[in-house]
Design a protein around this ligand. Structure first.
Ligand SMILES: Nc1ncnc2c1ncn2[C@@H]1O[C@H](COP(=O)(O)OP(=O)(O)OP(=O)(O)O)[C@@H](O)[C@H]1O
Ligand SMILES: [Mg+2]
Length: 272
């Protein structure tokens, strides 16, 4: 579990960005963090992953405090972060070299094993011989996720992982995120995209450096007004559910996908 306790943060030249922030990330969940541009989402990701140094408050990763931990390396390896634009993260054109770069202290056999296993997890093993620069943006991002996975993290922060990627590439990454969750990883998805809220078990809304709302997956349809209040883009499927509700048709979905919507609508229609 990751605990964020009374965390405040400002950059050298900025006003207060995070304001006595408190929340926790549970093991095995997909947590979405949403909020307007500039609300501090990426700052949170950088603090948890140790890129930015915490000044006020505490961050505990599996009960070990980040700033007070002497063995920063061990703690760092528990959290991996992937950013929006894979092209800014790539250093080598060779996929092996790229992933091996962050595994320097391991044996050759272990490095090979980790590269293979992590590429398998993002369905990119067949591209292992390819030049990274010849891949699509979505494929590049999958390699960036593999690079993080190769370090055997427990927590993976994805900071707008699909914002730059076309819709087919997005869907593939969503499938990978769901698979990673089923393998036991904990995923923090920082996002501006409505569809990514639907992947999450829980969504936190950030405003003025504080968490102003928490919405569990099964409450999304009933709490649509909270998303609207904070100007979060609404997933289309939630809009459809809301429109149907206005017409007196109440639909409850376990998973927010079109197939379930159609099944549920069929049921409702047959009953009438
Ligand atoms: N290095 C920096 N120095 C000064 N101010 C910064 C720095 N990085 C970010 N900021 C400011 O901190 C605030 C929060 O930025 P952050 O990137 O965390 O927001 P965000 O919610 O991720 O935004 P976006 O949705 O645009 O990605 C913004 O006002 C930003 O301008
Ligand atoms: Mg950001």
């Amino acid at each position: 579990m990751i605990k964020i306790e009374n965390v405040s943060f400002k950059y050298k030249e900025s006003g207060m960005i995070l304001n006595n922030l408190n929340f926790q990330i549970n093991e095995g969940e997909i947590l979405a963090i949403v909020g307007k541009n500039g609300s501090g989402k990426s700052t949170i990701g950088k603090l948890i992953s140790g890129i930015l140094k915490l000044k006020n408050g505490k961050i505990l990763i599996d009960n070990i405090e980040i700033s007070k931990n002497k063995n920063a390396k061990e703690l760092n390896s528990k959290v991996g972060i992937v950013f929006q634009n894979p092209e800014n993260q790539i250093i080598f054109s060779n996929i092996n070299d790229e992933i091996a770069f962050s595994l320097q202290n391991l044996s050759k056999e272990e490095i090979e094993k980790r590269i293979k296993t992590s590429l398998q997890k993002v369905d990119m093993l067949e591209a292992i011989q390819k030049d990274l620069y010849t891949l699509s943006l979505g494929q590049k991002q999958r390699v960036m996720i593999a690079e993080v996975l190769a370090k055997n993290p427990k927590y993976i922060i994805l900071d707008e992982p699909t914002t730059m990627i076309d819709s087919t590439g997005k869907e593939k990454i969503y499938e990978i995120i769901k698979n990673l969750k089923s393998q036991g990883y904990t995923i923090i998805c920082i996002t501006n995209l409505a569809d990514e809220i639907l992947l999450a078990d829980r969504t936190l809304i950030l405003e003025n450096g504080q968490i102003v709302a928490e919405i569990h997956k099964n409450e999304l349809a009933e709490k649509i007004n909270i998303l609207k209040k904070y100007e979060i883009k609404i997933p289309t499927i939630l809009e459809i559910i809301e429109k149907l509700k206005e017409k007196g048709i109440n639909i409850e979905l376990q998973d927010y996908n079109v197939e379930q919507l159609v099944n549920s609508l069929n049921k409702v229609c047959n009953l009438e």
